[in-house]
Design a binder for this molecule. Structure first.
Ligand code: ATP
Ligand code: MG
Length: 301
């Protein structure tokens, strides 16, 4: 079992229709056909949305996405219309809301990897490939790849694993034209992110994009971009392949959940417990640290 420990109630706002409750974001449609995306403070781990929130996380992710959309704007158009919550929205939506163009989403999680870890490493250990891409022998957890690779996945419902697929599978499902476009855009935007991060002493190990199609069929970068929820960031000066890297994401949460202290029996499919205050604080500190390192400023929480 997995999913929500506590299913959140959508807000009622005049003029908005609730469309979807994602792991982190709540989606509403406006009367004019736009999308309102509200980033909550929810956090997920091991396919569960945890019962404890990380106060400030939604605002931080929203501001970081906006910062990054600006830095890739010459490479790809994005879905943002405005960061002003619509009239009548709860006060708490300020800073965590993006009004976006509602796109026809391409159901492919567009992942780029410059380093080998996570599900990529697990696949490599079985047969030396990741999503059908053959890699040289002898790579370890955290190894840098000679060339970044496109490793698509299919999007799962809340509570399910995304599934890695080969480029050929994307071609079969969506055609060679769209598949090639997704791969090229993914690698191009990732290269930019990596360069910007590297200048700031941070390795962008991998990332996930979601693209949607505009009414004219062109691809638009949607969802969130280069946030620590969608990307693995590692401090460059601590990078040492051969094991897990210190990272600026929810590692703190995963480590605590899998430690004896949590008392959580993950294998028994029990819902995960509330996080202790110290884990909440430490997690937010890591998110704030990556925000500062990248943008050089403080997040407005
Ligand atoms: P994850 O991001 O971990 O895969 P999720 O799908 O539950 O999980 P959320 O970030 O909580 O993600 O929800 C955002 C939802 O909004 C996603 O389903 C995403 O595909 C969708 N989305 C993002 N931007 C747009 C857009 N411009 N038009 C339509 N749908 C969008
Ligand atoms: Mg998402």
């Amino acid at each position: 079992m997995s999913g929500f420990v506590v299913r959140p109630e959508p807000a009622r706002v005049e003029g908005l229709t609730h469309l979807h409750t994602g792991k982190v974001r709540d989606l509403y449609a406006t009367g004019s056909g736009d999308l309102v995306m509200v980033a909550s403070d929810r956090i997920s781990a091991f396919d569960w949305v945890l019962p404890t929130e990380i106060p400030g996380k939604g605002r931080l992710l929203t501001q970081l996405s906006l910062w990054w959309f600006d830095r890739v704007a010459d490479l790809v158009p994005d879905h943002v219309v405005s960061d002003e919550p619509p009239a009548g929205a709860p006060a708490d939506w300020a800073g965590r809301t993006l009004v976006c163009r509602r796109l026809d989403m391409v159901p492919v999680e567009c992942v780029a990897r410059g380093y080998l870890t996570g599900s990529g490493l697990a696949e490599y250990r079985v047969d030396g490939t990741v999503c059908g891409v053959a890699l040289p022998e002898g790579l370890e957890d955290g190894s840098e790849l000679d060339e970044p690779i496109f490793t698509p996945a299919t999007k799962a419902e809340v509570g399910d694993h995304d599934e890695n697929v080969s480029f050929e599978t994307v071609v079969e499902r969506h055609g060679a034209g769209l598949a090639g476009e997704l791969r090229d855009l993914t690698l191009r935007v990732y290269a930019r992110g990596r360069e910007v991060a590297r200048d700031r002493g941070v390795l962008l190990a991998d990332t996930k994009f979601e693209f949607g199609r505009d009414t004219d069929g062109s691809l638009v970068l949607a969802d969130e971009v280069f946030t620590p929820d969608s990307s693995r960031y590692w401090p460059a000066d601590e990078w040492a392949p051969g094991g897990p890297q210190p990272s600026f994401d929810k590692q703190v949460v995963r480590d605590w959940l899998t430690s004896a202290a949590s008392g959580w029996d993950r294998a028994a499919d029990a819902p995960p417990p509330e996080l202790p205050e110290s884990v909440v604080r430490h997690t937010m500190d890591r998110y704030a640290e990556i925000f500062r390192r990248l943008t050089g400023s403080e997040p407005k929480l």
